[in-house]
Design a protein around this ligand. Structure first.
Ligand SMILES: Nc1ncnc2c1ncn2[C@@H]1O[C@H](COP(=O)(O)OP(=O)(O)OP(=O)(O)O)[C@@H](O)[C@H]1O
Ligand SMILES: [Mg+2]
Length: 249
């Protein structure tokens, strides 16, 4: 079982979109996949087709077999859950007391049941990222090809180093550029600068900016299913194969 955390220094870069779609792409390759939404925004339900009035999730039920929904897209899914502000504050306080709460939950699921566990996290530092990095073997940093995202690179690297220090199972982090404009000189310059500053850590394909991604979300389904041959879907397939090449002997 490999646990991959989708993380970012900046918000709104596409972590949740890519976590959901890469999970679906892995399932299409006959991998058993569990996606866990560790973000209080509880937005993965929009990608994985959960009923709008569903309030259940890991806050109420924990990370247990009975909390797993079978999404229509072949991926097991534990939502964060819909919670009030007070419930969220109490949950965060509980996580601070138990830094391995998420790790222990994932370890309690039968190891042979899933090939991959994908963790979606909120942007930047915090208790949810900390929990995710107590169990992830790989962190996938999603960023845009712009100066604002580039400026967060060293900070997120330091954060990952801090949160994973002493964990020998942690393989490392990779950078995945999302929303790459088709022809943008600045975008390509940022990509080159990233490759130069983080040699070997930048995933060799970027995900194009593609209006089909937003359309898919409006229909509450992964873009891979909504339009399998659009640019973003093809890029996601490529990144998934790259991930499998890194993982499998
Ligand atoms: N490749 C893409 N092309 C076009 N739009 C995209 C692409 N990827 C993501 N988006 C859009 O960008 C917006 C933000 O995406 P998403 O919610 O996945 O980001 P996030 O990093 O998870 O945000 P947050 O930090 O708030 O959790 C959404 O409207 C999504 O449809
Ligand atoms: Mg998100």
């Amino acid at each position: 079982m490999q646990v991959i955390a989708f993380i970012s220094g900046k918000g709104g870069v596409g972590k949740s979109t890519l976590a959901a779609n890469i999970a679906v792409a892995l399932a299409q390759r006959q991998k058993k996949v569990l996606l866990i939404d560790l973000d209080p925004q509880n937005s993965q339900r929009l990608h994985l087709g959960l009923e709008p009035d569903e309030i259940a999730g890991l806050v109420r039920e924990g990370i247990t077999s009975s909390a797993i929904f079978e999404s229509p897209f072949g991926v097991g899914f534990i939502p964060f859950g819909r919670v009030s502000e007070t419930e969220l504050e109490e949950f965060e306080a509980q996580l601070k007391q138990h830094p391995n709460w998420v790790a222990e939950g994932i370890e309690s699921l039968s190891d042979s049941r899933f090939d991959f566990v994908i963790l979606d996290t909120p942007p930047g530092p915090g208790v949810f990222l900390k929990q995710a990095l107590q169990i992830a073997q790989r962190a996938l940093v999603v960023l845009l090809a712009d100066a604002a995202s580039f400026a967060t690179v060293e900070k997120i690297k330091t954060l990952v180093e801090d949160y994973t220090s002493g964990r020998t199972e942690f393989i490392g982090l990779n950078f995945l550029i999302n929303q790459m404009p088709t022809s943008s000189k600045l975008g390509h310059q940022v990509r080159l600068a990233l490759c130069a500053s983080q040699p070997k850590q930048v995933i060799p394909v970027s995900i194009h900016k593609d209006p089909r991604v937003a359309h898919a979300l409006a229909f509450e389904r992964p873009v891979l299913q909504y339009d399998p041959s659009c640019k973003a879907s093809l890029d996601i397939q490529y990144v998934t194969d790259w991930l499998l090449d890194c993982t499998e002997p």
